[in-house]
Design a protein around this ligand. Structure first.
Ligand code: HEM
Length: 633
C-alpha cells in the first residue's frame, strides 16, 4: 500500500517536472512566463474559482499579480487583462493573432458550426457573417431602428408603473420584443426566444453547464450527459422557431404587408438580384437566418442587465435621479424624452454610460483565443491560450475612473475627470466603449443598446420616482443589495424590492395614453397578418425548462416576504380593532406608488380599467409570460 502511494506521488512529481520542462523549453529566448497563481497538477486553479461573482476573484488576482496575469485550468492557459491599454495593445493592435474564439466544452462545434456568429472561430464563415450583420445593422440604424424601441418603451413604462414588483418581466419583455421586431418584424416570438436564449446562456457559460468547468465531461455520450441532451432539445426548438420566423417574414415581403427588420432587408436585397444571393456575399437564406437569429439572441437578455442596474443605482443614489429628472424636465418641457432629444440630454447619456461602467453586463468579457505564440513586454503568451478582457477590472482602473465603486455620471461631463470628452452634444456615448469588447470582435449591437437604454432610462426618469420601499410595519427603509449579481456570462442584479412611484397624475395618464397607442399600433399590424406561435409555446412545455432559476429563487423569497408582510398587517389591524384604535396607520403594504393611485374613487375605476387593458394586450401578445407576468403562476 505504502509503495503504491509512493509510486503515485512519484508519478505526479514526474508529470509536474515534465510539464515545467516543456513550458520552459517553449519560452522564446529572453521571454519569461506571465505572473499568476501557481497551478496544481492537472486541475490548475479550478478549485479557486467561485461559482458566484467569479469576476471578483479574477479582479482580486489582478491586484496581486498585475493588470495581465495567467492561470491554468485543466491544462489550458487563461490570460486575464484588467487594463484597457493592454487589451487594446493585444486584441486590437495584434488582431491577426488575437481574434479567434476558444472551444466551448459544452458546445464543442461552436468555432465551426456557423450558427452563432459571436462564438465562431476566425474563419471565412465568421468574416462573411460579420459583414452581413454589420450591413443589416447599418441599414436599420439609418432608419432609427424603425421606431421599435420607442414603441416598446411606451408599452414598458406603463406596465412597470402599474406593477413594479414584476420589473424583471417587464424589462425583459421590452428588450426581447424590441429585438424580435428588429429581427423578424414581429414581437410574437419574443417570449419563446427569451427561454431558448436563457438556455443557450447556460450552455455556454463557465458557471452554467458543468462540462465548461470540468472539460473531461464533454466526452460523455448524449444519453449519459444531461447537459448534452438538454442542449439538444433546446437547439431543436430554437432552430424550428427561427425557420418559422423567416418564413413569416418571407410571406410578408411577398404579399407586401411585412414589417421592416433585418431579415426583411436581406430578403428584399436577395429578391432584387438575379439568381438570388446578396451583395453581402451570403448566398443562402439559411445562413442569413443564423446571422439574424444570433442578433436576436444577442439583444434579448444583455440590455436588460443595465436597465435593472439603473433601478438598483437609483435606490442608492436618489440625488442623481433628481439631477437627471431636472435635465429631462427642462429640455423636454414636461414630455417624455424621445430619441430625437439625445443631443440636448448629456446627463441622460452620462447616466446610461455610467450604469454600464458601474455594473458591466458581461463582467468577465467574451474570451478571445491566440492563434500563434506571442511575446508582450517580455512576457510569453502561448498559442491556444484563452484571453479574457476582464471588463469588471477594466472599469475599476483608478487612474481612468477615480472612485470606481461609486456611481458618478459627472465623470463623463466634468472636465476635471480623465473620461471627459467634448462636444457634449455628442459625448458621452457608448460607441467604442471598452464594455463592448476589442479589435475585430467588438460588439455589433451598440446602436440598439444605445437607443434602448436612452429611451428606457430617460422614460423612467421622466415618469417615475424610483426609491427604496418602506416596511409597512415599522416604516423603515427595506435594504437593497449593493452588488449581488447572477453568475452566468451576462450578469444581472439579483431581485430586490423597490417602489416606482408615478411623479404625478398627469404623467400616469400620459403613460396610459402611450401604452394604448402602442397597443393599437400592434393590433393594427396583427390584423393585417398574424404569426401563430402557439406550437412553440406548447413545445416549451408548462415547466418552461429554460428558466432563469436565479431570479426564480429570488422571487420565491420575495413572495414569502410579502406574505409575511400581509400577515403582520392583518395582525396589527386585528389588534387595533380589539383595542378600539382607529385604522392601522403608517405605510400601506402596497407602498407609496399605490397610495397615489388609490387616492380617489376615480383612480379605483381607472385601475380596474387598467386590468382590462392588460388582459387585452395579452391576447395581442399571444405570449407565454403574458401581460400579467409569470408571477401569476
Ligand atoms: C448591453 C448590451 C450588450 C453588451 C454589454 C454587449 C457586449 C458584447 C461583448 C463584450 C462582446 C464581445 C466582444 C469581444 O469579443 O471583444 C460582444 C459581441 C457581440 N455582440 Fe454584443 N453586447 C450587447 C448587446 C448586443 C446586441 C443588442 C447585439 C445585437 C446585434 C449584439 C451583437 C453582438 C455580436 C454579433 C457580437 C459578436 C462579434 C464577433 O464575435 O465578431 N450585442 N458584445
Amino acid at each position: 500500500m505504502a509503495s503504491a502511494s509512493l509510486l503515485l506521488i512519484g508519478l505526479v512529481f514526474a508529470l509536474v517536472g515534465i510539464n515545467q520542462y516543456l513550458k520552459r523549453k517553449r519560452l522564446p529566448p529572453g521571454a519569461k512566463p506571465l505572473p499568476g497563481p501557481r497551478s496544481l497538477p492537472l486541475i490548475g486553479r479550478v478549485h479557486d474559482i467561485p461559482k458566484d461573482s467569479s469576476w471578483l476573484k479574477f479582479y482580486e488576482w489582478s491586484r496581486t499579480y498585475g493588470p495581465i496575469y495567467q492561470m491554468e485550468i485543466f491544462g489550458t492557459v487563461h490570460v486575464w487583462i484588467s487594463s484597457e491599454k493592454i487589451a487594446n495593445d493585444l486584441l486590437s493592435k495584434r488582431a491577426a493573432t488575437y481574434s479567434d474564439r476558444p472551444q466551448i466544452p459544452n458546445l464543442p462545434d461552436n468555432r465551426t458550426s456557423g450558427e452563432y456568429l459571436a462564438l465562431l472561430g476566425r474563419t471565412e464563415t465568421w468574416k462573411r457573417q460579420r459583414r452581413l450583420c454589420s450591413n443589416l445593422m447599418h441599414a436599420s440604424t439609418l432608419r432609427s431602428l424603425h421606431g421599435y424601441p420607442t414603441r416598446e418603451r411606451d408599452r414598458f413604462l406603463y406596465l412597470l408603473a402599474r406593477d413594479p414588483a414584476n420589473y424583471v418581466e417587464w424589462i425583459e419583455q421590452f428588450t426581447s420584443r424590441t429585438v424580435s421586431r428588429l429581427s423578424w418584424g414581429t414581437a410574437k416570438p419574443a417570449q419563446v426566444l427569451r427561454h431558448t436564449t436563457f438556455g443557450l446562456l447556460e450552455t455556454i457559460s463557465p458557471a452554467g453547464a458543468l462540462p465548461n468547468l470540468v472539460s473531461a465531461l464533454r466526452h460523455l455520450p448524449r444519453w449519459a450527459s444531461p447537459w448534452k441532451s438538454r442542449e439538444g432539445k433546446r437547439h431543436e426548438l430554437e432552430d424550428r422557431l427561427f425557420r418559422a420566423n423567416v418564413e413569416f417574414a418571407r410571406r410578408g415581403v411577398e404579399d407586401g404587408n411585412g414589417e421592416e427588420g433585418f431579415i426583411t432587408t436581406f430578403l428584399r436585397e436577395s429578391g432584387r438580384r438575379e439568381g438570388g444571393g446578396s451583395k453581402w456575399g451570403i448566398e443562402g437564406k439559411e445562413e442569413a437566418m443564423h446571422v439574424v437569429g444570433l442578433m436576436a439572441i444577442a439583444g434579448t437578455l444583455t440590455i436588460g442587465s443595465p436597465i435593472q442596474s439603473y433601478i438598483l443605482a437609483m435606490c442608492h443614489y436618489p440625488d442623481v435621479q433628481k439631477e437627471l429628472q431636472r435635465e429631462v424636465d427642462e429640455v423636454c418641457e414636461g414630455r417624455c424624452p424621445g430619441w430625437e432629444d439625445r443631443e440636448r440630454l448629456p446627463m441622460l447619456r452620462a447616466v446610461v454610460k455610467e450604469v454600464v461602467r458601474w455594473r458591466p453586463p458581461v463582467p468577465t468579457g467574451i474570451p478571445h483565443a491566440t492563434e500563434e505564440d506571442d511575446v508582450y513586454e517580455g512576457y510569453f503568451i502561448p498559442k491556444g491560450a484563452t484571453i479574457h478582457a476582464l471588463e469588471w477590472g477594466i472599469t475599476r482602473n483608478e487612474e481612468m475612473y477615480p472612485d470606481p465603486e461609486e456611481f458618478v455620471p459627472s465623470r463623463w461631463l466634468d472636465p476635471k475627470f480623465p473620461t471627459y470628452r467634448e462636444p457634449l452634444t455628442q459625448y458621452p456615448n457608448l460607441s467604442g466603449f471598452s464594455q463592448f469588447g476589442f479589435g475585430r470582435r467588438t460588439c455589433q449591437g451598440v446602436p440598439i443598446v444605445e437607443q434602448d437604454l436612452f429611451l428606457a432610462i430617460g422614460g423612467m426618469a421622466w415618469a417615475l420616482n424610483i426609491q427604496k420601499k418602506r416596511d409597512p410595519v415599522t416604516g423603515a427603509e427595506i435594504p437593497v443589495h449593493w452588488d449581488d449579481y447572477t453568475s452566468l456570462l451576462i450578469a444581472k442584479p439579483c431581485r430586490f424590492e423597490f417602489d416606482a412611484v408615478p411623479r404625478d397624475q398627469w404623467r400616469l395618464e400620459e403613460m396610459r395614453r402611450m401604452f394604448d397607442s402602442a397597443r393599437d399600433a400592434e393590433r393594427g399590424q396583427n390584423e393585417a397578418r398574424e404569426m401563430d406561435i402557439s406550437q412553440f409555446e406548447e413545445d416549451l412545455g408548462p415547466e418552461k425548462i429554460y428558466r432563469d432559476q436565479a431570479c426564480e429563487v429570488e422571487r420565491i423569497k420575495e413572495d414569502a416576504r410579502r406574505q409575511q408582510e400581509q400577515e403582520q398587517c392583518q395582525q396589527r389591524e386585528a389588534q387595533s380593532e380589539e383595542t378600539g384604535s382607529a385604522g392601522s396607520g403608517g405605510y400601506s403594504s402596497s407602498g407609496p406608488g399605490l397610495e397615489f393611485r388609490d387616492s380617489s374613487s376615480e383612480a379605483e375605476t381607472e385601475y380596474e380599467d387598467e386590468d382590462a387593458t392588460l388582459v387585452d394586450i395579452d391576447s395581442v401578445d399571444g405570449s407565454l409570460m403574458d401581460g400579467k407576468g409569470e408571477a401569476q403562476e
